[in-house]
Design a protein around this ligand. Structure first.
Ligand SMILES: Nc1ncnc2c1ncn2[C@@H]1O[C@H](COP(=O)(O)OP(=O)(O)OP(=O)(O)O)[C@@H](O)[C@H]1O
Length: 282
């Protein structure tokens, strides 16, 4: 299950965050591809229970990567390890490395609050603040002291989140008066207003009806033109529709296969992945 918490933070100044630098070959070994996020031998524990086992993964920049797998296999745990949201869980412990633009986010000099500004997050249940639409989107900007041209930035974020047309002229109404799908797009606008590089989404459409879900799926594809998107989904058809890469986690917190989405769904390497994809379990 996703952790319900707002993006952004109440803390401010600029701390150490990584700048782009990492480039590597694609899996096919043809063209160079920029890597936004790289997990190396990443283990996560809750108390004595290990939730993720030795995860190695390279997430390309500017693409949509889907994390799929049966309930409890560690998808949300992996997502939260990327922007250190697991820090907020007392019993969670992380071993291994997670690089963002080549910098290990678990280094002592990385401020998790600054990191979360570069790596925004959207949760399963839309969680707008009980504030106006404008204030919801402006929240992250104000926290960062980016209070110049706030109205223009709010409108731009709403536009990028495909919500502006529907709420134009009513930015002072409460975010809570919007429909579920609109609330989720408002949360996406709030996450992108501070201009992150990566958007993490934990089952962002699972609480929505099919029409609102279709809008979020379309939006995710559009967002990947500007951001690296990592999305947890229970819905395999959704993963197949919206993602470029797919990571399949299986019970025990193991990453069994990570490849181009087409390859995963059409010709996976592992029988266990094929069984999962074809609905034999999970
Ligand atoms: N806050 C927590 N405290 C203790 N154990 C946790 C916590 N969060 C997750 N776990 C455990 O870690 C394992 C992985 O959970 P996680 O939520 O990451 O899986 P998931 O694949 O996202 O599951 P789902 O699809 O049901 O949301 C599970 O065994 C779960 O019970």
């Amino acid at each position: 299950m996703g952790l319900d918490a707002p993006t952004g933070s109440l803390h401010a100044p600029d701390e150490t965050v990584a700048e782009p630098e990492s480039t590597t070959e694609t899996r096919a070994g043809t063209e160079p591809e920029s890597i936004a996020l790289e997990a190396r031998d990443l283990d996560v524990y809750y108390g004595d229970d290990q939730a993720l086992q030795s995860i190695d993964m390279e997430i390309p920049e500017g693409e949509v990567t889907a994390l799929i797998g049966p309930s409890g296999c560690g998808k949300s745990t992996f997502l939260r390890s990327i922007n250190r949201m697991n820090d907020l869980i007392d019993i969670a412990r992380v071993d291994g490395d997670l690089y963002f633009n080549g910098k290990n986010v678990y280094d002592d000099d990385v401020d998790p609050v600054a990191l979360r500004r570069k790596i925004g997050m959207v949760f399963q249940k839309p969680n707008p603040f009980p504030k106006s639409i404008r204030d919801n989107v402006a929240f992250g900007l104000k926290v960062q002291g980016k209070d110049e041209n706030v109205d223009a930035k709010v409108e731009r974020a709403l536009e990028r989140a495909a919500l502006l047309e529907e709420v134009e002229g009513q930015l002072d109404s409460s975010g809570l008066d919007l429909s579920g799908g609109q609330q989720q797009r408002l949360c996406i606008a709030r996450a992108i207003a501070p201009d992150p590089e990566v958007l993490l989404m934990d089952e962002p459409a699972s609480a929505l009806d099919p029409i609102a879900t279709a809008k979020i799926e379309e939006l995710i594809e559009e967002l990947s033109e500007e951001y690296t998107v990592v999305v947890v989904t229970h819905n395999m058809q959704q993963a197949a529709r919206i993602s470029d890469k797919t990571a399949v986690f299986l019970t025990g917190g193991e990453l069994v296969e990570f490849d181009d989405t087409e390859k995963i769904f059409e010709n996976p390497e592992h029988d266990r992945v094929e069984d999962y994809i074809t609905g034999k379990f999970g």
